[in-house]
Design a protein around this ligand. Structure first.
Ligand code: UGA
Length: 423
């Protein structure tokens, strides 16, 4: 089939590359000419395991093309995916201007029937708004359908989550639109046995916000349990492990630490609460989830301050800046905020991250950067772990003790074993 993808950020590029891999003719479009220039050379604009190889393979096969012209995405396609950004305003209101702009351009350029499928995370009601924009601009006689097809991929697992999704959700009021998307996803459903959930547009839009808000709730819940554990001397890891063995609770997203970051969970918690409030629903639980998450970061810095007897003049090694391992993404990353708070408290910060250091230099220019965890720790009064990169667990704690000034590790990701004789 012929597929176009507008917006080649994490979701869009993964979608484009994976659909090409599955044998479709794919056009990826982004107005960012610099980004497209890199991608057509086979260079990845972000870190995502395996995606670069797959991109280069599909470019070579000729099934995958890129352009900076959004109108091109509207011509001669079976399915047009909208994957542009939906940032939140300070009030929590999702900024849908990019989605609206794309819908307008598609309306003007559409030259035949296509399904316009919304993959960006949007509040309920956006699909209908897109339909109205396109209907208002499209040439007479040209038919189209709008569908919501939320994406559930996790950064670092984009290929797995796209080719072997936990579920495929398609929301549309049109039988024709549904059957086009059924056909597109049939090989994936056949190969993996995953559920294809066909529904109206509103439930499909809500699944995404509800899922991300629930994942964030699980994390804030276990982080609050961690506070009780700290106060009573219990190990939250054991509590979480035993809780997770109950099939109704499940083991994932129960890792206590300095909280969630990234481009999705923080934004979607706020956006879902805002959307609910617009519909007259006071989703107060979500403000608590958000509050607990923010407090984890300042509590972590307070713990370092208290252990060191103040921050002024102290040297702190920050291990990990990316919002999670296997990515260079610094959006809403706890490590960046912790480093900033340490710096404003008067500490010197020496940071190390295997992937995100270059980008981080722009966010925390007053920090020093090191090329290894041990180098960062040399002469430090404290090592603060902010991202659970596997290489941190491999650092020999005896070697660490030999280079630091004070043997203090504040483990914001609970990745070290407190029973290790060196901890
Ligand atoms: C998240 C969702 O997991 C995806 O399903 C969704 O598709 C995606 O957002 C999106 O909306 O596009 P992602 O942002 O890649 O994916 O990151 P996660 O793996 O969910 O991690 C988010 C944050 O939670 C990270 O900072 C991570 O360190 C933290 N986390 C995760 C915890 O603190 N504890 C846990 O137990 C799990």
């Amino acid at each position: 089939m012929r597929v176009s993808v507008v917006g080649v950020g994490h979701v869009g590029l993964s979608t484009a590359v994976c659909f090409a891999y599955l044998g479709h003719e794919v056009l990826g479009v982004d107005e960012d000419a610099g980004k497209i220039a890199k991608i057509v050379q086979g260079e990845m604009p972000f870190v995502e395991a395996g995606l670069g190889e797959m991109l280069r393979e599909q470019l070579a096969q000729g099934r995958l093309r890129f352009s900076t012209d959004v109108a091109e995405a509207a011509r001669g396609q079976d399915v047009i995916f909208i994957c542009v950004g939906t940032p939140t305003e300070p009030s929590g209101k999702p900024d849908l201007s990019q989605v609206q702009r794309v819908a307008q351009t598609l309306a003007d350029a559409l030259d035949g029937y296509a399904v316009i499928a919304e993959k960006s995370t949007v509040p309920v009601g956006t699909g209908e708004a897109i339909r109205l924009i396109v209907a208002g601009g499209v040439r007479p006689g040209i038919d189209f359908d709008v569908a919501s097809n939320p994406e559930f991929l996790q950064e670092g697992h984009a290929i797995r989550d796209t080719l072997e999704p936990s579920r495929i959700v398609v929301g549309t009021s049109s039988e024709r639109g549904e059957s086009v998307l059924r056909e597109l996803y049939a090989p994936t459903v056949e190969a993996t046995g995953c559920r294809f959930i066909a529904t109206d547009i509103a439930p499909a839009e809500l699944v995404k916000h509800a899922s991300n808000a629930f994942l964030a709730t699980k994390i804030s819940f276990i982080n609050q349990v961690a506070e009780v554990c700290d106060a009573s001397g219990a190990d939250v890891g054991i509590v979480a492990q035993a809780m997770g063995l109950d099939g109704r609770i499940g083991p994932s997203f129960l890792r206590a630490g300095i909280g969630y970051g990234g481009a999705c969970l923080p934004k979607d918690v706020q956006a879902f609460q805002y959307t609910a409030s617009q519909l007259g629903v006071d989703f107060l639980l979500l403000s608590e989830v958000d509050r607990i998450n923010r407090k984890r970061r300042s509590d972590f810095v307070a713990k370092i301050r208290s252990v060191l007897g103040g921050l002024e003049g102290k040297r702190v090694a920050v291990w990990g800046l990316a919002f999670k391992p296997q990515t260079d993404d610094l959006r809403n990353a706890p490590g960046i905020e912790v480093a900033s708070q340490l710096l404003s408290g008067g500490a010197a910060v020496v940071a190390y991250d295997p992937e995100a250091s270059e980008e981080a230099k722009r966010s925390i220019p007053q920090a020093e950067f090191s090329s290894s965890p041990l180098e960062a720790a040399r002469g430090a009064d404290c090592v603060a772990i902010c991202t659970e990169w596997p290489e941190f667990a491999e650092v020999n704690l005896g070697d660490l003790r030999a280079v630091v000034t004070q043997a203090v590790v504040v483990d914001g990701r609970n990745m070290l074993d407190p029973r290790d004789p060196y901890t």
